[in-house]
Design a binder for this molecule. Sequence first.
Ligand SMILES: [Fe+2]
Length: 294
Amino acid sequence: MLSIAAAGGAAALGYASVIERNWFVLRQVTVPVLAPGAAPVRLLHISDAHLTPGRHRLMSWIRSLDALDPHLVVNTGDSIAHPESVGLLLDSFGPLLERPGVFVFGSNDLYAPKPKNPARYLWRTSSREYRRNVPNLPWEKLRDGMTDAGWLDANNRRGRVSAGGLDIAVAGVHDSHVRRDRYDLVAGQADPAADLRLGLMHSPEPRLLDRFATDGYDLLLAGHTHGGQLCLPVYGTLVTNCGIDRPRARGLHRHPAGSDGPWLHVSAGLGTSPWAPYRFACRPEASLLTLVPR
Ligand SMILES: [Fe+2]
């Protein structure tokens, strides 16, 4: 009996690390967030690539996303997981960098991953691991690679982007998971004259979502959760690794849940920590949001 259970466990682990982890999916959603009469706008949301050298399938899949012809690219962080990944990531973005883009960072853009029990996140948050550390990944190089291409750095900053004929007011915060978020630096009513008000964060913490909602943002984008990463069929997400509730750990919802407040889209992300290289019932993803009139 034990040997059957062990064989089943090994098969599930093999599936989760070899097959599902490389079984990328493009999730497509329509978001009725634009003014009446506006033309549809394609927004590509990427997050949590956690790129390490050697992940050729992931790199070529990211590169293929340019064929979607997005008007705007949004990267909600945790792009790298190795000091030598910046060039590889920028290379994978390739022609996407020639498009309008916006980004915020996650903790993993700053701190190299450490060996750990891969299942530990199921019972405790990872936020404490970073608190006393000094960044040891080349996040400035990553930032410069994206800003040199014209992408807007929205880490505790506001800005403006023109994409798909829209004038978009953007505000973002750095990662709350490592207490680098400074919402007060971007606080204040979002410009009502803009065509769209976009709020960005890595980790979808309710206290941040509340503030973006109060300030009048229309669409909030986040990553970080990996959709739970190890999920149960039917039941879905087990843990979110932050304050968001399980049903909103991935996909399109409202904030607060069930209200007519801003739309919240949480990406389940493209990758995993190299020390927890598994995904189960939660395929790695990028998302194409088609923004249409309300
Ligand atoms: Fe992540």
